[in-house]
Write a protein that binds this ligand. Structure first.
Ligand code: SF4
Length: 262
């Protein structure tokens, strides 16, 4: 399913009401530090109704592991991705393999403009301004994808990079209208080795690029294989930046304590 237009979702969910209090959320997050990823997913998938919680994935090894873990708890869990138009063919093929293996349909959010329209207006923007290109082709579709959600599950690990070292298992974010959005990171305490162990033991499908020296996979113009000794995200933007901005979505918009939530 390709989504190019705003998709309204249902606005209210009071079952997770306790988790919009920053103090309670932080306490629950600390409690979950000793939980396994499956236990964290089980908690999150029972705290929010199915139409208010979704997994985001760019089909890295973490996203593939998360899908496998989550469908064991809820076979109809919502999964979404953003197709910038610059994805590797291997990534699109992996999406189809995961859908077939798990019987899910990954909702794909696309930028408002096709690559042809984008390049006609701006040229190859990724060669001159990756921040602007990511804002148009990754961040805006992600903002649309999480609109109306109460919880957003992502495959971030603390040991991936210094930019991810401070993530919490439950982070309170917010929507532009002031309503809360909780970011759930079940893999926060997993290492790269833990993730691969799970994927190999459970025969989870993963990208063939990961067997060719790539350790983090994004758009083809901005991703290369890493060299021995390099950080696992060094192949993204050739090391010029560490993040595309999608994990800043919802930051700075946290609801104030006691504020109504719709
Ligand atoms: S990763 Fe590169 S091609 Fe993809 S949106 Fe960002 S700048 Fe553009």
């Amino acid at each position: 399913m390709i989504v190019t237009a705003p998709k309204p979702r249902h606005p209210k969910d009071m079952s997770a009401a306790a988790l919009i209090d920053p103090t309670e959320l932080a306490a629950r997050s600390r409690e979950l530090e000793g939980a396994t990823p499956a236990e964290i997913l089980k908690f999150a998938l029972s705290a929010w109704p199915r139409d208010r919680i979704a997994i985001s994935t760019a089909f890295g090894v973490e996203g593939c592991a998360l899908i496998d873990l989550a469908v064991r708890i809820d076979p109809a869990v919502q999964v979404f991705t953003v197709d910038t138009g610059y994805l590797f063919a291997e990534t699109l093929e992996l999406r189809a393999r995961l859908e077939a293996r798990y019987g899910i349909q990954v909702t794909t959010f696309a930028p408002a403009e096709t690559v042809a329209e984008h390049e006609h207006k701006r040229g190859k923007l990724y060669t001159v301004d990756t921040d602007a290109c990511c804002a148009i082709r990754k961040v805006e579709p992600t903002e649309r994808a999480v609109r109306g959600l109460g919880a957003w599950i992502a495959g971030l690990r603390r040991d991936q990079s210094s930019t991810r070292a401070g993530i919490q298992i439950l982070d309170l974010l917010g929507h532009a209208d002031g309503s809360p959005l909780v970011k759930v990171s079940p893999l926060a305490n997993w290492t790269r080795k833990d993730t691969w162990k799970y994927v190999l033991e459970h025969e989870v499908p993963y990208s063939p690029l990961l067997d060719q020296g790539y350790t983090s996979i994004g758009c083809w113009p901005c991703t290369r294989a890493v060299r021995p000794g390099e950080d696992e995200r060094a192949g993204r933007w050739n090391g010029a930046k560490a993040e595309c901005g999608i994990h800043d979505v919802g930051k700075g918009q946290e609801p104030e304590q006691g504020k109504p939530t719709s």
